[in-house]
Design a protein around this ligand. Structure first.
Ligand SMILES: C[S@@+](CC[C@H](N)C(=O)[O-])C[C@H]1O[C@@H](n2cnc3c(N)ncnc32)[C@H](O)[C@@H]1O
Length: 273
């Protein structure tokens, strides 16, 4: 296996991730520079610029195509325009009622889709993503969104990725007051059929299950001044086996909402449909 260290940047002592990419593309080098990514000719994943967008490809399944972040067109943009506004379950879960616009920390940002829904409804959203390849895709999507004529200005004001390596537990609420912490960790999927969307297939291979997710709940409850929202598949147990204050059920997922000040216990759990 050939391994070339491109940037001496693993100052956080984080495990480095290997990836294949064209080392001669300067623009690509700039995008990848802040992250602990190593070039590896045998890596199972490739990062590639396609039509100016950073794409992640699974090299042994080229038919899946690339995964990239695009807030300006496609499904995410369509949902912003026609997706039901504050009537959406995610808006109810985050407490966006009567014009309230909480400041939200999305501590498992992924490709930023849920965060984008909340930002497009007026919330200030800070994002943390620990996987260097996912964070790179997200940073690239955000940069292109900031430059967009239609959404650029409010995206710059509302949606920011915190520097790579930031942890939920490092955030000082005096410096960054947070009303709502949003958590959507990866959960082992039951459905391995070909129908599983390509993004999910690539993600499952890249990120796997977030086995340490339960450790996020208590710090999230400490940091959030109003509530913690946890997105779970409908078959998943409560995070950290802690019953929520209320549950908002959807087709395949649910939001477990932990409202601060209300004491979460089984007796007062409510199911909201
Ligand atoms: C299911 S995805 C989130 C999808 C996201 N809600 C969206 O709408 O695109 C979960 C992500 O959380 C990240 N993650 C899990 N635990 C984390 C942690 N402790 N800190 C930062 N990111 C984390 C994973 O790397 C993964 O990219």
């Amino acid at each position: 296996m050939r391994l070339t260290l491109l940037y001496p940047r693993n100052h956080l002592n984080a495990p480095v991730t290997t990836v294949y990419f064209d080392q001669n593309q300067p623009q690509l080098g700039e995008l990848l520079a802040p992250y602990p990514l190593l070039f590896d000719a045998d890596a199972p994943f490739e990062m590639k610029l396609i039509d100016g967008k950073l794409n992640l490809l699974k090299r042994d399944e080229p038919k899946l195509g690339g995964v990239h972040v695009d807030f300006t067109s496609g499904a995410v943009a369509h949902r912003r325009k026609y997706g039901g506004g504050r009537g959406q379950e995610i808006a109810k879960a985050a407490g966006l009622k009567q014009g309230a616009c909480p400041t939200i920390l999305d501590s498992t940002a992924g490709l930023g889709r849920d965060a984008f829904v909340l930002a497009s409804l007026g919330c200030r959203v800070w994002l943390i993503e620990r996987h260097p390849m996912v964070a790179t895709l997200l940073a690239d999507g955000l940069n292109r969104a900031y430059a967009d004529e239609e959404i650029g200005i409010w995206m710059q004001q509302r949606m920011q990725l915190l520097p790579w390596g930031t942890k939920l537990t490092n955030i000082n609420p005096q410096q960054l007051p947070i009303d709502v912490v949003y958590l959507d960790p990866m959960y082992p999927h039951r459905d391995n059929s070909a129908q599983v969307k390509k993004e999910m297939r690539v993600f499952q291979h890249l990120v796997g299950a977030d086995g340490d997710a339960a450790q996020l709940l208590q710090p999230a409850l400490t940091l959030a001044s109003k509530r913690v929202v946890v997105k779970r598949p409908d078959y998943a147990e409560n995070l950290d086996n802690t019953p929520p204050t209320l549950v908002i059920a959807m087709k395949k997922n649910r939001f477990d909402v932990y409202v601060k000040a209300a004491r979460p216990n089984e007796a007062n759990s409510r199911l909201v449909k």
